[in-house]
Write a protein that binds this ligand. Structure first.
Ligand code: HAM
Length: 423
């Protein structure tokens, strides 16, 4: 006997019984994003490895240890995208989209990171990402945050998420700060854990993000970036806070929020929850003005975020309400040769007349009992029943499968208005 082949650890099937909740969230996304003028962009899943090294940063967890990188048959080094920002910008530069003054884009799809799988952390996961190019002021940062709040409202999860906000300043300001920080940590080198010692030269800001409780005291006493910010960075941050205050949006300032990707400058933010255990960041992003020039474009402005679909879906109350999006409205039972032929035509007429009707028609024959069983298993609330007699007399049986009410017989001509009430 051969073993069954199983899915890869950390990569999950989304089965039909749960795909309705994914569709529900996707529909909300497709309502909210256009309301702010954002357009969808669809991007390849595989990119040149170099793209991620240059954008996310060589000394980041993602690039150092989490990428699915392989050589293709031409000997090129390729990588399954660990995130969408780099690919989106690559596409915009390649197709000259950034020649227009501004762009608002969004994308949705699988991302890949070789992390240790646990609840809320997967090796294939899905992000909806939003990127806005060419806009310098804090108004666009605020817009991104407001549109994410609108999405939380649509999905009924607003009360479970808290916005954390920080600014990282410009690259120059951060460089100055970084030097001070390295000096500080170097003075306490022996207290650092191995990871932090390694980060000290390559990416010292990430030490601030350490989850090791032994380091909390040391980190708390470290120099604070805000003391190194220039006038313009402060004004930008103040402008953003003012816009959020005007919109009545609560946030907490978290000076330790640095993010795990190197490309950020100025605004960074995360929407976090306490309801999902250790993986509580549902949505995260910020401004990354420097990246466009870093990838070979003309210096401009960029800001965006990405949300984790799995985490967002886990946060929804009663996700079952969305799963019904997949369930047929009706299951069509047809028994006998005459009913089989007439039923197939009637089903097509119903679909013509009722766009949006989800009608599953029994295929593969079977007696009434067998077909009723399938109808029941389909989850449909009603069965339409066509036997030889009904077919001959232009009638149809209608049975409510989830309620204790007697079966009815309708004229086929009445069926459309009957079904209309179900859609
Ligand atoms: P990120 O913080 O790496 O940012 O990921 C964004 C979100 O993706 C996280 O907050 C989380 O919800 C979800 N996520 C990340 N890794 C996993 C995982 N292994 N399993 C499940 N969910 C995960 C970015 O990716 C940036 N590209 C965001 C951005 C867009 N910044 C500017 N524009």
């Amino acid at each position: 006997m051969t073993d069954n082949i199983q899915a890869i650890r950390g990569m999950h099937d989304i089965l039909p019984e749960h795909s309705g909740r994914w569709q529900g969230v996707e529909q909300a996304i497709r309502r909210v994003l256009p309301a702010y003028g954002y357009q969808e962009i669809r991007l390849p899943i595989v990119e040149k490895t170099e793209l991620f090294k240059r954008s996310i940063g060589e000394v980041t967890d993602i690039v150092e240890k989490e990428m699915y990188t392989f050589e293709d048959r031409n000997g090129d080094s390729l990588t399954l995208r660990p995130e969408g920002t780099a690919g989106c910008l690559r596409a915009c530069l390649e197709h000259g989209l950034l020649h227009y003054p501004s762009h608002r884009l969004w994308y949705l799809g699988p991302m890949f990171r070789h992390e240790r799988p646990q609840k809320g952390r997967y090796r294939q996961f899905h992000q909806m990402g939003v990127e806005a190019y060419g806009m310098a002021g804090p108004d666009i940062d605020a817009e991104l945050i407001l549109l994410s709040r609108r999405l939380w409202k649509e999905l009924g999860v607003e009360h479970k998420l808290e916005l954390q906000l920080n600014t990282l300043g410009t690259l120059e300001e951060r460089h100055r700060y970084r030097e001070e920080l390295v000096e500080y940590f170097r003075g306490h080198y022996e207290k650092l854990d191995e990871d932090s010692q390694r980060r000290l030269e390559g990416n010292p800001l990430r030490i601030l993000d350490s989850k090791n409780p032994d380091l909390y005291e040391l980190i708390a006493a470290a120099p604070v970036l805000h003391d190194y910010l220039g006038e313009e960075s402060r004004a930008h941050f103040d402008g953003l806070k003012r816009a959020l205050d005007d919109a009545g949006l609560n946030y907490s300032l978290n000076p330790r929020l640095v993010r795990g990707l190197d490309y950020y400058s100025k605004t960074v933010f995360e929407w976090v929850t306490t309801e999902l255990g250790a993986q509580g960041t549902v949505c995260a992003g910020g401004r990354y003005d420097g990246l466009i020039a870093q990838l070979g474009g003309k210096a401009s402005h960029a800001v965006g975020f990405a949300l984790g679909m799995e985490r967002l879906i886990d946060l929804i109350d009663q996700p079952e309400r969305y799963d019904a999006l997949q369930t047929p409205h009706a299951y069509f039972i047809k028994v006998g040769e005459e009913a089989e032929r007439a039923g197939a035509l009637l089903a097509e007429r119903l679909r013509d007349a009722l766009p949006g009707l989800r009608l599953a028609v029994n295929c593969g024959g079977g007696n009434f009992k067998a077909q009723f069983k399938r109808a029941d298993r389909s989850g449909a609330p009603i069965a339409l029943i066509l036997g030889g007699d009904e077919a001959r007399d232009q009638l149809i049986g209608v049975k409510r499968l989830r309620e204790e009410v007697p079966q009815q017989t309708l004229k086929q001509s009445e069926l459309i208005s009957y079904l209309q009430s179900l859609i």
